[in-house]
Ligand binder design. Sequence first.
Ligand code: AMP
Ligand code: MG
Length: 491
Amino acid sequence: MTENKAMTDAGWKFDNSYARLPQSFSTRVDPTPVRSPSLAVLNGPLAEALGLNAEALRGEEGIAALAGNRAPSGAEPIAQAYAGHQFGHFTMLGDGRAILLGEQIAPSGARFDIQLKGSGRTPYSRGGDGRAALGPMLREYIISEAMHGLGIPTTRSLAVVATGEPVYRETELPGAILTRVAASHLRIGTFQYVSAWQGAEALRTLADYALARHDPDAAAEDDRYLALFRRVIARQAELIARWQLVGFVHGVMNTDNMSIAGETIDYGPCAFLDVYDPATVFSSIDAHGRYAYGNQPHIGGWNLARLAEAMLPLFDPDEERAIGLAEEALSAYSELYRGHWLSGMRAKLGLLGEEADDETLIAELLELMQRHRADYTNTFVALSSEVPAGIGLFSTTDFARWQASWEERLARQSASREDVRRAMRARNPSVIPRNHRVEEALRAAVEEDDYGVMHRLLGVLAVPYAYSPEQAEYAAPPPSSDRPYRTFCGT
Ligand code: AMP
Ligand code: MG
C-alpha cells in the first residue's frame, strides 16, 4: 500500500514556454540540493487543482522535487532576469533566490508557474545566499492563502519544505523553500529589464508573450501593445482597490513586485491594518512611508507610468505620439481605481444603487474611524451585524450622528434590513490574518514544531466570510501594546 503510494506519479506536466524565449530573458540554473528536507505544509486542494497528486508529493520523491533536490521530469529550471525601481531607484535584479521549475499545465488547461523560493544562489544573487528562512516562508504561505480566501488575485503557495540547513540572518534560523504558484512571474520590472538592455525586438517578443499568456483576446487588436498596457492598468486598479477594501498593506510595491497578470505577489513585509490609519506602515525599511496604506493607489499609478516608459517604443515609432498614447491610457487608472473602490465601499456599507452623497457618507465614516482609532475590519463587521452599544467608536455622539444618516440611506432602499446584512457579510470579512495570530502560529511551528496552531488559523482564513462561531476568537484585535507591529523583509 505505502509502496504503491510512493510509486504514484506526482502528476507533473510541464511545458516551459519562458525557457524558450531569448537567452537574455533567463539563465538555466538548477536548485542547490539541501541536506535533509522535510515537508512543513502542503496545500492539498491547490495540488489537486494543478493536477498533482498530494499523496505522491508527500512521499520521498515528491519532497525531493519541492526541495529542489531532484528536478521533476519535464522541468527546465531557470532564474528569470528582471529589473525594477526599488523605493524609487532603478536597478538590475533577477531571481536571486528563486528558481522557476517550469509551467504546470493544469487539468483545466491553465498554465501556472511553479517556482521554488529559497532554492539557492543564481547568477542574480548578488551578495545574497539564495536562501530563505522557515518563518517568513510560512508567513507567505498563510497570508497568500488568506488573500485567496478573501477572493483577491494572488500567487499561491503549494508547499513549504524545511531544508534541515541553517540560514544566517541577524541570528541563525532554520532554512526553508516555498513553492510559489503564479499565473506568471512577468513583472513590470521584466519589461523594464528588456526595454533598458535588450532592444526593440526583444521587447516586442516579451509583449507578444505576455499577450499570448494573459490576454490572448487582445492579441488580435490593431494596437495590441496599447491593449496589453490597458489590461495591466485595469488589473492593477482593481487589485489595489481590493487591497484597500480589506486593509491590506503590501509594504514593498517596487516595480519588480508588480505582476503583469494582476496578482498580489511578494509577501515580504506585508500586513493587515488593525486600527484604521492611512499612514500605516509596517515595514521596518519603509522609513518615509512611500508604501503606506493610504499611498498604495498612488504608487500603483507611479508603477504603471514606469511600465509605460518601458513599453513606449511599442506604442508608436514616433516618441511624441507614443507618449501621448501612453498618457491617454494611463489617465484611465485613477477613474478605474476609484470606481472599484467606491463600488466596493458601497457594498461594504450595504448601499444599493448610487446616491450623490454616498462618497461623503463613506468619507465621514473613515474619518471617524481614524479619529477614534477604530479597528478597520471589526468596524465593518459590527455594521454588518449588530452595532454594539457603548464601546469605542460606537459610543461617540459623532458616530451616532453618522449612523443616523446611514440608517436613513438604508431606509430609502427597498431591500429588507436582513437582506442588506447578508449582502454586507459577503463583502466584509469577519477574519483577516491578524498579525498577532500569524505570529502565534509561526512561533508554534518554528520554535516548537507544532503546526496545529497554523492549521487552525488556515482553516479559519480559508472562509473569511463565514461568520462562524469558531471565528470569533480570531476576530479579536491584538492586545493593546505601545509598540507598533513591525515587519521585516525576511531575506
Ligand atoms: P524582494 O525584496 O524579495 O522583492 O527581492 C529583491 C531582490 O533581491 C530580488 O532580486 C531577489 O531575488 C533578491 N534577493 C532577496 N533575498 C535574497 C537572498 N537571500 N539571496 C539572494 N538574492 C535575494
Ligand atoms: Mg521581489
